[in-house]
Design a protein around this ligand. Structure first.
Ligand SMILES: [Zn+2]
Length: 255
């Protein structure tokens, strides 16, 4: 894939004039993923998926690695930005590339905690007719593959799905010997509820190890399947966006 940071201003200008329709912004997090997975799990996955497609009509922008992760702050190594800061920063990156004529984007996201802020950034860009950005999580279009591979779907963290993805992308970064420990201290599901009230605000409120789910269920082979499904879906999404006239993506007039 064409990576913006490897172009020169001259070659980027030529690419923008000659067929680049869509910019992809990988977004992730640097946050605890339990004892067995690296802090960079989310941005590594988003970046790999973004760079894993092969199209002439798109360019991949530099990864935004730090995201909305304050709910993991009790665990060493977690970094975070306030949601408003993240929203503004990603929105301004999108506006920059739009000023060069690439007004259609995908926020290729690897961290669920970023989703609300990305949605708000996309809504503002569209409302102001600056750009059209489609927020997209790499795991949101798996077509049932997660249930097929893991027997369940749902929101996990440092779980079998993330373990599989890291095992496929950067196997040396999975601390295999610590997967059992991660699982022993994991929560079964995200959050904590008392009589219907969601009282789990931070991961530390409901998970001892920081994981949610079953980390030992991950394999590199499952990660390869996830990666192929995700890149196939991103490729199709970019193809769809590339075909849309920008005006067709702007808000409808009042009726
Ligand atoms: Zn993650």
């Amino acid at each position: 894939m064409r990576l913006l940071h490897e172009e020169t201003t001259t070659s980027a200008g030529e690419a923008f004039d000659d067929g680049v329709e869509v910019a992809i912004v990988p977004t992730g997090s640097v946050e605890q993923h339990g004892p067995a997975l690296p802090l960079g799990t989310d941005f590594l996955a988003a970046e790999a998926v973004a760079r894993g497609i092969d199209r002439d009509d798109a360019v991949v922008l530099p990864t935004v690695p730090v995201g909305v992760s304050a709910h993991h702050r009790q665990f060493d190594g977690t970094l975070w930005a306030e949601p408003e800061t993240f929203e503004d920063y990603v929105g301004e990156i999108a506006a920059s590339v739009a000023s060069h004529g690439v007004r259609k984007l995908v926020f290729c996201n690897g961290h669920g905690g970023n989703s609300d802020a990305l949605r708000r950034a996309a809504r503002r860009l569209r409302g102001d007719r600056i750009a059209y950005a489609a927020p997209w999580n790499w795991w949101s279009s798996l077509g049932g593959l997660d249930e097929e591979l893991f027997g369940a779907s749902g929101i996990g963290h440092a779980d079998a799905m993330e373990t599989s993805m890291v095992a496929h992308l950067a196997g040396d970064l999975v601390r295999e010997a610590l997967l059992e420990e991660a699982e022993a201290g994991a929560a079964d599901s995200w959050g904590k509820s008392v009589h219907g009230a969601a009282v789990g605000f931070d991961t530390a409120d409901f998970s001892e190890s920081g994981a949610v789910g079953t980390p030992t269920g991950g394999t590199a082979e499952k990660g390869r399947k996830l990666f192929e499904q995700a890149t196939g879906e991103l490729d199709a999404l970019v193809g769809w966006l590339a075909e849309q006239p920008f005006d067709a993506l702007t808000p409808e007039p009042h009726r």
